[in-house]
Design a protein around this ligand. Sequence first.
Ligand code: NAP
Length: 535
Amino acid sequence: MDSTQNILLASSGGLQVGSKGVRRSSTLICAPIMAESVDKMLIDMDKAKTLGADLLEIRLDHLKAFNDNVDLKTLIKESPLPTLFTYRPKWEGGQYDGDEKDRLDALRLAMELGADYIDVELQVAHEFIDSIYGKKPEKFKVIVSSHNYQHTPSVEALGNLVARIQATGADIVKIATTAMDITDVARIFHITVHSQVPTIGLVMGERGLISRILCAKFGGYLTFGTLDSGIVSAPGQPTMKDVLHLYNFAQIGPDTKVFGIIGKPVSHSKSPFLYNEGFKSVGFNGVYVHLLVDDIAKFLQTYSSMDFAGFSITIPHKEAALKCCDEVDPVAKSIGAINCIIRRPTDGKLFGFNTDYVGAISAIEDGLTGSHKSGGITGSPLAGRLFVVIGAGGAGKALAYGAKQKGARIAIANRTYDRARELADTIGGDALSLADLDNFHPEEGMILANTTSIGMQPKVDETPISKHALRSYSLVFDAVYTPKMTRLLKDAEASGAIVVSGLEMFIGQAYEQFERFTGLPAPKGLFRKVMDNSS
Ligand code: NAP
């Protein structure tokens, strides 16, 4: 641990694992400062401190005009936080394309004027470090960096790279690679966990996001958090706000269990916010991250021994995920899809569940009875009712099986009629095409559940059924929850039907998953508040 980290831990009350709200790891949060003028940099530096940065990376190569002596003095003297100076040349992915000697002279001057760290590229590190031999101030550190914008090499090649960087006399090793797949990040974790010297290991790109969050668990020296979204010094950097408040970075330590939502795409998911708030509120040592996964079997295999303890599963992996499990809950098996995996800590076996329908079915039952208690299998208000499901995908199957289990009669309407037919045949029900839905009214008082993405943001004007056809339904449920009141629900309400939002399904399945992840009761009031605030 170096001086910056000592100061940091002293000011945060020390490194206490397990207590609520206390910093669990010593991994620093560094804000890249990339303004084009010194005045703007000073403003950004104050902003970074307010946002919660520990350290500032001052990117000299972004300055339009640079008077080294005057500007370095000002930046160091006025900095509200420890400083790291980087003057990245174009040949290593930066902006500087001037004279090499001037560049390295400026970094030497930053050291002499009191910078806490400077970053030099591996290619010039030997020469640079030789030139400051015997002149280094005591607290000053040299970071030697290597960037790979193409891919992430093998563990062996990365190990050799670390050795080459160490051999230059670096105080801190920095390796930044590129993720072609989320499993590439595991190799960087392997390096940071086993490295004998302080090491920054980051993987660029959206598939590398977990390297920037879980470095706090796997012993990384620092991560970067940007001041604003989209203004990044390397691809895939999250904002400081997300690092600190969405992923609760300060709460992540070596013993923290990792959870996450597996999907593609996945960055829109609000689940990390919900679970991380929940974990914090009950003092559970876990972090929940976005997992952009291409191949779920490869992902589960790669992270099998790294404390990755449980997952939520979303589009398009719900069916493939089931095949990866050692055991699957019988209801999920008949649905043919899962939305939750737990890894048993004792032997690493994977257990699959489907909690998708639980929240939706009980909210529909509550809607029908007007109460907040759902009935048991025998007493369900769904028993004997005709339950029309629009959609035959993962959510459609889950709703159809859930309603069937409660004694409802089922009809499935789907864009691809064959899929509706197949589901209806397996479950024992009728099949319709989507086009037939408007003229389908065999009886009054039916229940309708939309499980397609029709009406979801941004296409909020779309609806799967015309308003006049809604008169035959006494309750309408929509799995879409962005927006909370979809066009379908507005039309249904205007037709006099009871409406149930997809938010109820989302919150209900989240309660279930939280309890499976933590073994603790879900903070239901908090979940509702978080979702209300974010919708
Ligand atoms: P999925 O397995 O991919 O199934 C999608 C279904 O929607 C299929 O039946 C598909 O019909 C149909 N569909 C898609 N686009 C359509 C369009 N433009 N017109 C007509 N039909 C269309 O997805 P899923 O996991 O079931 O999820 C479906 C929706 O439910 C998503 O919007 C998801 O966000 C939502 N959902 C919500 C919750 C919640 O907690 N509220 C939970 C799970 C899912 P084809 O068979 O013809 O392709």
